[in-house]
Design a protein. Structure first.
Lengths: 489, 461
């Protein structure tokens, strides 16, 4: 009987071994995944068990924590001027999880990040409470304020970048929401949250339009088309005549002309002149001459068709489409299936303003431990080189002409060289919806180019003729640029 | 077979040390560890040493001391490890239940009751050791055991189910009883007695077919009856665990008795067939299987108990959150203190602690099988392996279910989990194993001097 007994002993040993292997799998291999599962309430309990670290702008926190005094969660998030900063911070709610910077830096803010290992160990040894670290952003309070107030009750977004580093200076979206209203988990919080959801609020206030909404870029895209023309040697002199008949018909169509906005002097206009008055026919033809592949390649150098533009909050993918010839010509003037986020157009402007070098956009400068030690610091990185310095200089010249005596005169700032481009993008079936008003610009001082900005306004009920980017968007861009310039002084 | 019982006994029979002092030393640890755990929980929850610690420590110490003295007197050669392991597991179980009592959301306190049941269990343990002088006495009750076991197994069918499983006998005013826990021991006695008599018939009267020994049709009878009974338990009491336990126990004992691998094959085929058949029409079983395959799926937007248990294990990680510092109160559902207590263990003392606890179970099981190996009589062997096997299957079924290795079944972790029937029955189980091991290790009476041994006679051809 002993032989089967020994086998039974081995079998029972195997049963226990199977259990041991299983718990190692659950508690070691899968542990992190289970520990951080959003449905695991411990995540929220920990997140709100201690005062959360803060998100800092210009040395001052825009977030805070307050004691709730009831339930599982000891602390609740508060926001200073939440509506203005929501597109930057995102929200952290006891009931509705978190998003954007609050979510991405959750482990730092909560104090559980491995990067805080040292200070956590000290806490553990000294019996101190676990504290959260802070997230220091690159934003400028003044610029953000200018952008937010400029948008007012209009629908739209602003993105401003420092072209030299890629640091994001302003990121505004309107209409916005105040994340404090649903930071807790009471019925009131749920009500506030539900009222903001898209199905209950057609304005979709929780949508971060600066990063997460794509629009047809309209005429602002012409600077990309001009860059493609210069980079590929289609034209070299911006003041020489181009081969541009008027009217110009779209290729592969039965004589369908690409119209200009009104009776513009676009026949064989030079690049400078064509950009100044915003000739559709000239840039449509450039796009057609270069072909879809070349246009797409240039747009991609500016950051289009890149699904991973992480600031670290991921921006939606801006798209320069692969398309047939007439559609490609339309895409060259920012129509057809061409789509860009406000951040993307700010990146385009920044690359041109920075001598052709596109810097990786970012909004977290550093992460600091509770004891103020820097645990992670961003170093500016070059993303790509869409333009040679000479060609970038030429585009700058053209854009400065636009502001000096073209469609963008409303963005002029005394004593500062401003380059810009307006855009009015049609959308909707047969263009019956109100168009989007765009403006992109940069400001240059003797010391450098500290700011590039892109503004888009969704034309609500403004009159069509009134909507051109120069009228609605350029003043906002101007005040954002002024805010940044005054910061630098 | 007679050769195997006499010659392959690996424990020397002459002059074996009784190991009682080893047991005493281990018992000291088995008492101290839960006492420190108790203090730990109190410090973590209220920053004070809990008031009950002295009473608890003295009580547990007293129980351990008395059991030790009784073992020393009435079973001096018994296995030295089983008693300390059972004490430690029972003590830790009490601490974990008390710890969960500190969570107001989990209902009324269970630890005082559990302490009472544990004391009763220990009393039964002592009674068995004192009054059961020889385990072979149990052999006389083979068929009575069968009747009692059947009654115990079938009885819950006539009582209302709790949480989908009919495993309880409810006596109004007195409380409820989980007869399956006792049936486990009694049916092991029946199997041991029955198989000891029938083993030769089952083992030898068979035909060889494709490398397997096929038993005769009439010998297949008993296994089919047990199989049908297990299925009935599964269908009518919707109790996957008990059904698996009894069938598994029978197959293991049959295999040990007959040394025929073919029984294992038959057993596996029958249990697989039965399981599939029942799973196809029993929604309760289907639900369990579904939860097992999708542990993290939400139900009506809520987090299921299965998922909560997984989160508890995952959040515990390697070292655990520390006693009293976990969030196992989130496992709100039916049984955080009984079926799911392992989740609290896993969360609060981590992978390291849970592995230690499982190894304690493993050790107890292997000591039980060791006893079976050492036993000199076939009935003792069969009974010891039956009891250890049942214990092993139960641990596997519960722990495997809670950790998501196999579908969850409604059974309790021996000694650790809250539940009176379980703790009493398992103390009785350990007592019988100790009795068998005492008999097995007791020095045999000195053999009568043989004339042959005294002088070697040289015989020349």
């Amino acid at each position: 009987m002993n032989k089967p007994l020994r086998r039974v002993a081995i079998f029972c040993g195997l049963l226990v071994l199977a259990l041991l292997v299983r718990i190692n799998w659950v508690q070691f291999v899968q542990a992190d995944e289970l520990k951080n599962d959003p449905n695991n309430r411990r995540v929220a309990i920990e997140r709100y068990g201690t005062p959360r670290g803060d998100i800092i702008v210009d040395g001052k926190p825009v977030t805070g924590s307050t004691v709730t005094g009831s339930g599982d969660f000891k602390y609740k998030r508060t926001y200073t001027n939440g509506k203005m900063w929501a597109p930057v911070t995102g929200y952290a709610s006891q009931a509705f999880d978190a998003n954007q910077l609050e979510k991405l830096n959750d482990s730092i803010l909560t104090g559980t990040d491995d990067k805080l290992f040292f200070s956590r160990t000290v806490d553990m040894l000294t019996g101190g409470k676990q504290e959260g670290g802070n997230v220091v952003t690159t934003l400028s309070t003044k610029a953000q304020k200018a952008a937010f107030e400029g948008l007012g009750d209009k629908k739209g977004a602003v993105a401003a970048i420092n072209p030299e580093t890629g640091a994001i200076l302003a990121l505004a979206s309107a209409p916005s929401y105040d994340p404090s209203t649903f930071a807790g988990m009471s019925d009131k919080d749920s009500k506030a949250y539900n009222a903001l959801l898209k199905q209950n609020n057609p304005d979709d206030p929780t949508l971060n339009r600066a990063l997460r909404q794509t629009y047809p870029p309209g005429s602002t895209f012409k600077v990309v088309t001009a860059s493609a023309a210069l980079e590929n040697g289609l034209y070299t002199d911006i003041d020489a005549k181009t081969r541009s008949p008027l009217p110009w018909t779209l290729p592969d169509t039965a004589g369908q002309p690409l119209n200009n906005e009104g009776d513009l002097p676009c026949e064989n206009a030079s690049l400078r002149e064509a950009l100044r008055v915003s000739c559709n026919s000239v840039f449509g033809k450039i796009s057609a001459d270069l072909g879809n592949k070349t246009m797409k390649a240039e747009a991609e150098k500016f950051g289009f068709n890149n699904a991973k533009v992480d600031t670290p909050v991921r921006a939606s993918e801006s798209v320069y489409p692969e398309d047939n010839r007439p559609q490609n010509a339309m895409a060259g003037i920012g129509q057809a299936s061409n789509r860009a986020t406000p951040l993307q157009m700010a990146m385009v402007t920044a690359a041109i303003a920075n001598g052709g070098k596109l810097m990786q956009p970012y909004m977290v400068d550093k992460l600091v431990a509770p004891n103020l030690n820097v645990v992670q610091q961003h170093t500016p990185k070059e993303m790509s080189k869409p333009l040679s310095p000479e060609n970038a200089q030429k585009i700058q010249d053209m854009m400065e002409t636009v502001v000096e005596k073209g469609t963008g005169t409303t963005a002029q700032i005394d004593g500062v060289k401003v380059g810009g481009k307006t855009g009015t993008a049609q959308h909707g079936a047969n263009n019956k919806d109100n168009p989007y008003a765009w403006f992109i610009s940069y400001a240059k001082t003797g010391k450098g180019t500290p700011v590039a900005v892109a503004v888009v306004i969704e034309g609500s009920d403004t009159l069509r003729g009134d909507i051109a980017g120069g009228k609605l968007s350029a003043p906002i861009a101007k005040s954002v640029m002024e805010a940044v310039l005054s910061d630098k002084k | 077979m007679s050769s195997s019982t006499t010659n392959t006994t690996t424990i020397g029979t002459i002059g074996a040390p009784s190991r009682r002092n080893t047991e005493l030393a281990m018992l000291v640890f088995a008492v101290l560890i839960p006492v420190f755990a108790y203090i730990n929980v109190g410090l973590a929850k209220d920053h004070t040493v809990p008031a009950g610690v002295l009473g608890y420590g003295l009580g547990l110490g007293l129980l351990a001391g008395v059991t030790h003295l009784v073992v020393r007197k009435w079973a001096p050669y018994a296995d030295p490890l089983m008693l300390p392991i059972a004490t430690l597991l029972n003590g830790l179980g009490l601490i974990f239940i008390w710890r969960l009592d500190q969570e107001p959301t989990l209902g009324k306190a269970m630890a005082p009751n559990q302490l009472m049941w544990s004391t009763l269990g220990v009393a039964l343990f002592l009674g068995i050791l004192i009054f059961l002088k020889d385990h072979r006495v149990l052999q006389r009750y083979t068929y009575i055991s069968m009747v009692v076991a059947l009654v115990l197994l079938i009885a819950p069918m006539f009582f209302p189910g709790v949480n989908g499983a009919k495993i309880w006998i409810t006596i109004p005013g007195l409380g409820s009883l989980q007869p399956g826990e006792f049936a486990k021991i009694i049916i092991a006695i029946f199997f041991a007695g029955y198989l000891m008599v029938k083993r030769d018939a089952l083992a030898l009267a068979s035909r060889r077919f494709m490398g397997l020994y096929l038993p005769r049709g009439r010998d297949l009878g008993p296994i089919l009856v047990i199989w049908a009974l297990s299925l009935m338990i599964l269908v009518f009491e919707t109790d996957l665990g008990t059904s698996l336990l009894f069938f598994g126990l029978f197959v293991v004992m049959l295999y040990v008795a007959t040394e025929r691998t073919s029984w294992i094959v038959f057993g596996l085929l029958l249990s697989a067939g039965g399981a599939v058949a029942v799973a196809t029409f029993e929604s309760h079983v289907q639900e369990r299987v579904h939860n097992w395959l999708n542990p993290l799926a939400t139900l009506n937007g809520g987090v299921t108990e299965t998922a909560q248990a997984m989160y508890a294990f995952g959040s515990g990680g390697i070292l655990g959150s520390g006693l009293g510092q976990g969030y196992s109160r989130l496992i709100l559902g039916i049984a955080p203190k009984s079926d799911y207590i392992l989740a609290t263990v896993g969360e609060e003392i981590g992978l390291a602690g849970l592995m230690a606890v499982l190894l304690l179970y493993g050790l107890l099981i292997e000591r039980g099988i060791r006893t079976a190996l050492a036993a000199r009589d076939p009935f003792g062997k069969l009974l010891a392996v039956g009891l250890s096997g049942a214990f092993a299957l139960q641990v596997f079924v519960v722990a495997g279910g809670v950790t998501g290795l196999i579908p969850l079944t409604g059974m309790t972790m021996p000694f650790l989990a809250q539940g009176g029937s379980s703790v009493i029955a398992n103390w009785a189980l350990v007592a019988i194993l100790l009795r068998i091991s005492d008999t097995a290790r007791r020095p045999a009476p000195a053999p009568a001097p043989s004339t042959d041994a005294e002088m070697t006679q040289v015989v020349r051809p």
